[in-house]
Design a protein around this ligand. Structure first.
Ligand SMILES: Cc1cc2nc3c(=O)[nH]c(=O)nc-3n(C[C@H](O)[C@H](O)[C@H](O)COP(=O)(O)OP(=O)(O)OC[C@H]3O[C@@H](n4cnc5c(N)ncnc54)[C@H](O)[C@@H]3O)c2cc1C
Length: 318
């Protein structure tokens, strides 16, 4: 293999990321006979490989385990010729086509590029929280709320997402505590009003979570809270903790090569096109609203079809 300055291969389509968006894009571009190269990153299969039951992806009436579902996605894409490599892209050069994609000391040239690098939920950074991930600690009420039917739970955060998640959880949970470090919310007035009027929602102001209880029991039994005004420490009995303190789109490696919004999400038009011809973006690295596997897969399909049409137009012009 060559040095960082050499070109190791030239591809019609390079897909960066291997979650539902990237692997759907891989399936469609593979079936369009474009033999896509998928650079999978550090988390082959994406976020769903970190969860257990997925009950809302159509076609699986009995649910499916996240890692198993993503293996099926990969197998299906590879069956039609997608080439998946466990490589992390470190840099892209998008000044002119073919674009250059750098990874592990190699450079691949791409006639078209699909970015599907997802986003990561922000966690508090507590050891107990990490030990109890998927054992009562989660970052997605839409995905996991149903599993907490009849239980008292807590949401941490103070923005629109926290209000939305808390309100959604009252469909299943008799009591939803919202833990917020300040004495007022950042959420929009309409979202605040909706949440604060809901009798099942109880605010816990001026408080931070010191510890999620109880890793020794291997499940969430409560939270150790500290009141930032009084310094008082207390325990709150809950069976679930929902993080709603934001997401970080995985777009830093692009280093300004593509336009992002003020929170780092990639900006595309309604056809998943970025401002660079032949560069498309899909899934959670664009979508700060829905953040679901099925929507990621849907936009992955869009990007793949757009890439195929783009390449066809280029061939005709040549
Ligand atoms: C715990 C949990 C449970 C969830 N449960 C559900 C559920 O039940 N139902 C549902 O619909 N949704 C669920 N979601 C949300 C769902 O996982 C996401 O909406 C979906 O995975 C987004 O897909 P994506 O392809 O856009 O990105 P991701 O799944 O985030 O995949 C991103 C990919 O990009 C790769 N990558 C990142 N940076 C680079 C780089 N520099 N170079 C190369 N590759 C890179 C990663 O390795 C990864 O493969 C859940 C999420 C979590 C965290």
């Amino acid at each position: 293999m060559g040095s960082d300055n050499d070109t190791d291969s030239r591809q019609k389509v390079v897909i960066v990321g291997s979650g539902p968006a990237g692997l759907t894009a891989a399936l469609y571009t593979a079936r369009a006979n474009l033999t896509p190269l998928v650079l999978e990153g550090d988390e082959p299969g994406g976020q769903l490989t970190t969860t257990t039951d997925v009950e809302n992806f159509p076609g699986f009436p009995d649910g499916i385990q996240g890692p198993e579902m993503m293996n099926l996605f990969r197998t299906q894409a590879e069956k039609f010729g997608a080439v998946c490599q466990r490589e992390k892209v470190t840099r892209v050069e998008l000044e002119s086509r073919p674009y250059k994609v750098h990874y592990a000391g190699k450079v691949v040239e791409a006639e078209s590029l699909i970015i599907s690098t997802g986003a990561s939920a922000k966690y508090l950074g507590l050891e107990s929280e990490q030990l109890l991930r998927n054992k009562g600690v989660t970052a997605c009420a839409t995905c996991d709320g149903f599993f907490f039917k009849g239980m008292e739970v807590a949401v941490v955060g103070g923005g629109d997402t926290a209000m939305e998640e808390a309100t959604f959880l009252t469909r299943f949970c008799p009591k939803v505590y919202v833990i917020h470090r300040r004495d007022k919310l950042r959420a929009s007035k309409v979202m605040q009003d909706r949440a604060l009027k809901n009798e099942k929602i109880q605010m816990v102001w001026d408080s931070t979570i010191e510890e999620v209880l109880d890793p020794a029991a291997d499940k969430v039994t409560g939270l150790k809270l500290r009141n930032l005004k009084t310094d008082e420490v207390s325990e709150l009995a809950v069976e679930g903790l929902f993080l709603a303190i934001g997401h970080r789109p995985n777009t830093a490696f692009l280093d300004g090569a593509l336009k992002v919004n003020d929170t780092g999400y990639l900006v595309t038009d309604e056809r998943t096109r970025t401002a660079k011809p032949g560069v498309f973006a899909c899934g959670d690295c664009v979508d700060f609203r829905y953040r679901q596997a099925v929507t990621a897969a849907g936009t992955g399909c869009q990007s793949a079809m757009e890439a195929a049409w783009f390449l066809e137009e280029q061939d005709q012009e040549a």
